[in-house]
Write a protein that binds this ligand. Structure first.
Ligand SMILES: *Cc1c(COP(=O)(O)O)cnc(C)c1O
Length: 422
């Protein structure tokens, strides 16, 4: 067997270990390709139905009134997610911004927000006011409750029932594990939770943080009762091409409020020039099912490699997948650094840089991030990150192509080996 990667510094033993693992997991790749094929058709159908044309790619400026490209893209998203409405904008700067917009648009003073799946993603702590912040929901008089998951990562239905009260207005459900080592929820599980919540109080708005989950399954949270489904365009649905943006899809009533919150009361979706990014948003969405499939193959490959070496991996080597994240509990900051060094060294951009932990805005712990990405911080591109805290887990994700994801994982292993850490 020829080690094509030797020129990049990957020695024969690492390469051969990769080949052995790959042989075992090939059958799972067929399943992933089938889902990707299904989602490709879903995206294509939505684009055709809405008559996407070259005029949709024209840049607009100023107020952006009558922006055909922007308005059509929103209809395409609404069709893919089977929702009444969609807000898809380059003015939504990131996933946190999309989530903050959805929450602050639909919660008023005196309302309560409930997370029935434990503590939400780190950056939402300041949005909600769990960690003090200016302009948090707490500052605006919105209270917050959370119900921990059960020990095995399931929903605590009794606890959730007890937590819902007359103030409970909105329930936020995070699909992906974030920087936790809990399982990611399947769309079906999310559907069960939404039905349960609505059986107790039918008018509760259910919002799902869908970051990293798009196109992993054939259905999305909006197919199982979510009133708002929210995500970032520099993750899955941007397909690696979107240079910025976020989306919120769901009930027209909720989305209209989001648009008013994002721009201004009375203006809503009518304003917001596209500044010439439309081609990337459409083309990225078109590629997204394939890119997500590549990332999933990479995640499964990583799980099998690292589990084989004795590390705890979440999900494990055989589990079904509901997002593109692969957590590997490396057990020490040194191993986290070496792993991230490998991912960085495999990048097409900034491969010469060595990642160091730093206090990123919105996070409580220092965070290390490896991302030699074409789009800054894009984590649908090959990347790895994690907060420097117990259990010293690194979160690996992305890879615009499967071949690159594979190379990155081999390189992470090589750097661990070079540093005598495995
Ligand atoms: C990435 C992520 C976010 C926040 O997105 P940013 O684009 O980094 O602001 C929120 N929730 C989850 C689960 C995420 O993975």
């Amino acid at each position: 067997m020829e080690n094509i990667f030797s020129g990049l510094g990957i020695d024969d033993s690492v390469f051969e270990l990769g080949e052995e693992v790959l042989e075992r997991i090939r059958p799972r790749f067929n399943e992933i390709d089938k889902v990707s094929e299904y989602n490709q058709a879903k995206v294509l159908l939505a684009m055709q139905k809405n008559q996407v044309s070259a005029t949709c790619f024209a840049g607009t400026t100023g107020y952006g009134y009558d922006d055909i490209g922007r308005d059509t893209l929103e209809r395409v998203y609404a069709d893919i997610f089977h929702t009444e409405a969609a807000l898809v904008r380059p003015q939504i700067t990131c996933g946190t911004h999309a989530l903050a917009t959805a929450l602050s648009a639909n919660l008023l003073p005196g309302d309560e927000l409930l997370s029935p799946v434990g503590r939400p993603y780190d950056t939402l702590e300041e949005v909600i006011g769990i960690r003090e912040s200016k302009c948090s929901l707490k500052e605006y008089g919105v209270s917050y409750r959370e119900v921990e998951l059960t020990e095995d990562g399931g929903f605590d239905f009794d606890g959730i029932k007890a937590a819902i009260n007359k103030k409970t207005k909105l329930v936020t459900i995070q699909r992906s594990k974030g920087y936790k080592t809990r399982p990611t929820f399947s769309v079906e599980q999310i559907g069960t939770l939404i039905s349960f919540v609505k059986s107790i109080k039918p008018d509760i708005i259910c919002m799902v943080d869908n970051c990293y989950g798009e196109f992993v399954e054939k259905i999305e949270p909006s197919d199982v009762g979510a009133d708002m489904t929210v995500g970032s365009l520099i993750k899955n649905p941007g397909g690696g091409l979107a240079p910025i943006g976020g989306y919120i899809v769901g009930k027209a009533e909720c989305i209209e409020r989001c648009a008013y919150r994002l721009s201004a009361p009375g203006l809503g979706q009518e304003v917001g020039a596209n500044l010439g990014v439309m081609t990337s948003l459409y083309e990225g969405l078109f590629l997204a099912p394939t890119v997500v499939a590549s990332a999933l193959k990479g995640a499964i490959f990583a799980a099998n490699i690292y589990e084989g070496l004795g590390f705890k991996v979440i999900p494990d080597s055989k589990e079904s997948r509901h997002d593109i994240i692969q957590a590997v509990e490396l057990g020490s900051p040194e191993r986290m650094k070496a792993f991230c060094h490998g991912i960085q060294a495999a990048a097409p951009v900034d491969s010469f840089a060595i990642p160091e932990p730093w206090p990123m805005p919105g996070y409580d712990n220092d965070v290390i991030m490896a991302a030699g990405a074409f789009i800054q911080g894009s984590s649908i591109e090959l990347s790895a990150d994690g907060p420097i805290r117990e259990p010293y887990a690194v979160y690996f994700q992305g890879g615009l192509t499967w071949a690159h994801a594979k190379l990155g994982i081999l390189m992470s292993l090589q750097k661990l080996k070079d540093a005598n850490l495995i």
